[in-house]
Design a protein around this ligand. Structure first.
Ligand SMILES: NC(=O)c1ccc[n+]([C@@H]2O[C@H](COP(=O)([O-])OP(=O)(O)OC[C@H]3O[C@@H](n4cnc5c(N)ncnc54)[C@H](OP(=O)(O)O)[C@@H]3O)[C@@H](O)[C@H]2O)c1
Length: 286
């Protein structure tokens, strides 16, 4: 049985659907607050899962900047409690990580062995969670991903992903300004859930794995593709992250290479353009 912590989140819901044949059970925030160590140990002891997937986090990057302590409690200590609980019950642990543990100064995609150096509170707390995971339960997969969007709402970000925000803004404006100096790989949660299913099936060596859709783009280029594929005509202007002035700094370049998955022959992540097309078709059907 697979316990999915954060089971009602954007990624958690797709994991639940994809992993259903493996007997996946959602654990929502209302059932378990992972900042409560004793309760986390008790709930996991009672469930006795074979696997725990920690898809729970404080995901609002700007909010983490102003609510540092809460972010640390959830992203770092919550991960620690699940690492302790999984170790004591013999469960294998999949911890979901982020591209924002890197500072964005590398001249090319980040690989799993690159040294993290976060530049915002979210990245610092997620890195601390990674360290607790790897330190406390050697039977782990740390799966770092990037720019998630899915058909289910991102709970930490007001229920909207970047695509919804763009399409919503386009219905009210003739032109939009989009940040063009941050480059990443947007990743569809359905593809990530399928990749995690593949990892559970293949059981590669424990350790750190990058898992994003392939390719890269700036937020501006992502917006261009969203409107082109949706047939929406709108004028787009480039702006910079500095001009945009979000509370938290973001890495200018946070593309991850799925090097470890490739080395194991189990990288099944499609291109981001392909993923976006499938998302838009499903979104229109829903
Ligand atoms: N979204 C992205 O762009 C992105 C990019 C890279 C990596 N990631 C990582 O991917 C994972 C999944 O994120 P997501 O996009 O699915 O975010 P999400 O929709 O915001 O889901 C996060 C989940 O965590 C739960 N949660 C928050 N605090 C909790 C606590 N103290 N105890 C138990 N559950 C708690 C939330 O429940 P409530 O809403 O009820 O609090 C929610 O179900 C996270 O590890 C995130 O860091 C996300």
């Amino acid at each position: 049985m697979i316990a999915i912590i954060g089971g009602d989140g954007q990624l958690g819901q797709d994991l639940l659907k994809t992993l259903a044949p493996r007997e996946a059970r959602p654990v929502s925030h209302s059932e378990l607050d992972i900042t409560d160590r004793e309760r986390t140990l008790r709930v996991v002891e009672k469930m006795k899962p074979d696997w725990i997937i920690n898809a729970a986090a404080m995901t609002n990057v700007d909010l983490c900047e102003t609510e540092n302590t809460r972010a640390f409690e959830i992203n770092a200590l919550g991960a620690r409690h699940l690492a302790e609980a999984s170790r004591s019950t013999g469960a294998r642990l999949i911890q979901i990580g982020t591209d924002y543990v890197f500072d964005g100064t590398k001249d090319g995609p980040y690989i799993e062995t690159d040294m993290p150096h976060p530049i915002n509170a979210y990245g610092i707390t997620k890195l601390a969670g990674e360290l607790y995971t790897t330190y406390l339960n050697k039977n782990h997969y740390l799966v770092r991903t990037s720019g998630l969007y899915g058909l289910h709402p991102c709970r930490g970000k007001g229920g909207k992903n970047f695509i919804d925000t763009m399409l919503g803004a386009a219905s009210k404006n003739d032109s939009l300004r989009i940040v063009a100096d941050e480059v990443l790989t947007p990743t569809f949660t359905e593809d990530l859930a399928t990749q995690i299913d593949k990892m559970i099936e293949a059981e590669p060596p424990f350790g750190t794995y990058h898992a994003t859709n392939s390719g890269q783009c700036s937020w501006f280029e992502f917006a261009e593709a969203i409107f082109e594929k949706s047939g929406v005509k709108i004028t787009l202007e480039k702006t910079t992250a500095a001009e945009w002035g979000a509370p938290a700094r973001r890495p200018a370049y946070s593309v991850l290479a799925n090097t470890a998955l490739l080395a194991q022959g189990i990288d099944i992540m499609p291109a981001w353009e392909d993923a976006l097309g499938r998302y838009l078709v499903k979104k229109l059907d829903s």
